[in-house]
Design a protein around this ligand. Structure first.
Ligand code: MSP
Length: 641
């Protein structure tokens, strides 16, 4: 990436509502992109804020029995607090009720009016309050708003209009000549499709008699500015347009306006034409992302399925939430948000793969190397391969960021984590540790640690908190990684003392929130029975059950329970206890050292006062019972599938 600067914006959010997951998504995405650019040492400016004028806010305030300003002051806090909680690093937060913004909007209107880009005329047509937009009769969809399909109001009034129609041909040409301007490509086609119909001039005022919560037009005190013209202007008023030339020259044009797909027309038709009329350069690109659905359904207050990001973060932590949103949505497409999908991805990518890699590595370095990073020997073929993948993932991430496919960049990093886990399993450091020559062991430990350094740097913009913890645990001093350091191998210094490690991402037990057991959750699903009476389960359901190999470290009888043994087991570097009903079949003394198979993600249960953290698999016929084990020697923690 060789951009000289990076200026990214989010839409400014209406203050008539509580922030939901859609708002959180755009803002986290902008934050992650801003953080990556900072790692690349590109001067970055990240702007977000709130859209505080207009009919919706006025109506919400009336309903609450307070002034619109009070209403805005009350609700803006919800956004600001959420951004704090989500660790958003915006450089500015603009509110459209601030004097610095209002002054610019007024200057823009005056200038456009003086140059006859704005004129007064009689308007007779239809108005959609939720969208704050006018429509001609011919634009309506069966008498309803063509955008949101809600009823529209008939309106006849005098108003001011922007000469939008005269720029129609210019805009079509501009969009065709600048394919990067509207992204993804299919959204560009959508806008071009919209521009095939004749463009009307845009009504840019509202008479105060109908709506007074807005910015007064400087040339006519009876009108306020149309809220969309007011709102869009935030992108330039915040960076010094008509108030601070130096700042404006530094940041404008914006590198990318991130928006949701529903506000494409305002950003790719109204806004470019407003700028053209002002004589201001256009933003480099407008990127429209898809929508989060809840399951398959649209999120809506009426359905009551609106996901509150605050609740989610309180329950599961900010980093896992940020990671899920970034990894799960293919940028541009819609994506489905469910708690189940969240739990599945968090457990798979973060708890099992990344967290497990770190905890087993720290444990091994502690056990085999006194907690100090050992010096590697000559790399073999496996090491060369791992190095190449780790370093390549930094390049892949950069390329994917340029193409706005963060999800694919994250998938590349997740692959390297899995590769490192497989590398450890193949190399078996626990076996190498028994050899007199420690060089092979040290080489493996170093390569796994160095891979984690690179991975943690690449994931830092997405999970700043957890990746900082990880880097501290690895003894890395550099707090914020530099992207170039992630393309280089061998920067960790042998002899570095490693920190202590807690579990980075605790596994989430399915349906923990509702207190249901995993089995109960599965039982609620539709399960078709075969004629023989054997229930068929979906593969997706089977995947929820995580089977892993475990090594039995110790076994003893549970006092007062004939059938129960308490086992201490090791699952991929993690020690757990479980209670198994096998006392009548196995002498505890014969068990240590055996490799068994356990359900690793079963909700813990207290049995006879002992917390059982998993379940052992055994096969039984009549009175015979045998433990399920694996053929040959496999390390503990291996996935059984
Ligand atoms: N105030 C205007 C934007 C003015 S920008 C100059 C606005 N505000 S909004 O609060 O209604 O919506 C802000 C953003 O949230 C939009 O980009 C919209 O696409 C996004 N989302 C609303 N629901 C969403 C989902 N379910 N999923 C993803 N984003 C969604 O529009």
């Amino acid at each position: 990436m060789n951009a000289k600067k990076f200026y990214i914006t989010t839409p400014i959010y209406y203050v008539n509502d509580r922030p939901h997951i859609g708002h959180a998504y755009t803002t986290i995405l902008a934050d992650v992109l801003a953080r990556y650019h900072r790692l690349m040492k590109v001067p970055t400016f990240f702007l977000t804020g709130t859209d505080e004028h207009g009919q919706k806010v006025q109506q919400a305030a009336e309903k609450a029995g307070i002034t619109p300003q009070q209403h805005a002051d009350n609700t803006v806090v919800r956004f600001q607090e959420l951004w704090k909680k989500l660790e958003i690093t915006h450089d500015d937060f603009i509110r459209t009720t601030e004097p610095r913004h209002k002054a610019v909007v007024q200057k823009v209107f005056q200038d456009l009016y003086d140059r006859d880009e704005i004129y007064r005329a009689e308007y007779d047509g239809w108005y959609c309050v939720p969208c704050e937009r006018f429509f001609m009769e011919k634009d309506l969809d069966n008498g309803t708003c063509p955008d949101c399909k809600r009823p529209v109001d008939r309106i006849r009034e005098s108003n001011y209009f922007l000469r939008m129609s005269k720029y129609q041909e210019w805009l079509i040409q501009y969009i065709q000549d600048n394919p990067k301007f509207i992204q993804p490509d299919f959204r560009r086609n959508e806008t071009l499709g919209f521009l095939r119909k004749k463009l009307n001039d845009l009504c840019v005022s509202r008479p105060k008699s109908r709506l007074n919560w807005g910015i007064e037009l400087p040339f006519d005190k009876d009108f306020v500015a149309y809220v969309w013209c007011d709102a869009l202007t935030n992108y330039i008023s915040a960076v010094g347009y008509l108030s601070d030339d130096e700042t404006f020259r530094k940041w404008w044009p914006a590198s990318v306006h991130l928006i949701g797909k529903d506000i494409l027309t305002t950003h790719t038709v109204y806004w470019p034409i407003m700028l053209k009329a002002m004589g201001v350069e256009l933003p480099e690109s407008v990127f429209a992302h898809g929508w989060w659905l809840v399951g398959d359904a649209k999120m809506s207050k009426t359905t009551g399925n609106v996901i509150n990001p605050m609740d989610f973060v309180d329950q599961y932590g900010v980093d896992a939430f940020r990671y899920f949103l970034m990894a799960e949505m293919a940028l541009g497409q819609d994506a489905s948000f469910t708690e189940e999908a969240f739990i599945r991805r968090t457990n798979a990518d973060l708890a099992n793969d990344l967290g497990n890699l770190l905890s087993r590595l720290i444990k091994m370095i502690e056990t085999y190397a006194g907690g100090v990073l050992p010096a590697p020997g000559e790399p073999g073929e496996d090491e060369q391969q791992l190095r190449a993948s780790a370093v390549a993932s930094a390049g892949a991430m950069e390329t994917m960021l340029e193409g706005m496919r963060l999800d694919l960049g994250l998938a590349a990093v997740a692959n390297v984590v899995r590769e490192a886990n497989r590398y450890l399993e193949r190399k078996q450091p626990w076996t190498l540790a028994k050899q007199a020559d420690k060089q092979p062991l040290n080489t493996v430990l170093y390569h796994a640690a160095e891979t984690l350094r690179i991975v943690s740097g690449l994931l830092y913009p997405v999970m700043p908190g957890k990746m900082s913890e990880l880097r501290v645990a690895l003894g890395i001093e550099e707090k914020q990684p530099d992207i170039n350091s992630l393309k280089e191998w061998g920067l960790m210094k042998p002899g570095t003392k490693l920190g202590a490690m807690q579990v980075l991402f605790p596994r989430i037990m399915a349906a923990e929130k509702k207190g249901d057991s995993l089995a109960a959750v599965l039982a609620k699903k539709e399960v078709k029975a075969e004629p023989t009476g054997v229930a068929l389960v979906e593969y997706a359901d089977f995947q929820k059950i995580q089977l892993r190999t475990a090594k039995i470290l110790a076994a003893e009888k549970v006092p007062g329970a004939d059938k129960l043994l308490k086992l201490q087991i090791e699952v991929g570097g993690e020690t757990r206890h479980l209670v198994a009903g096998i006392a009548l079949h196995y002498d505890p003394a014969t068990l240590p050292g055996k490799t068994v198979v356990v359900v690793a993600n079963l909700k813990p249960a207290v049995i006879r006062g002992v917390e059982s953290q998993g379940m052992l698999l055994a096969a039984s016929v009549g009175k015979d019972l045998r433990l399920v084990t694996v053929e040959g020697d496999l390390p503990s923690g291996a996935v059984v599938k």
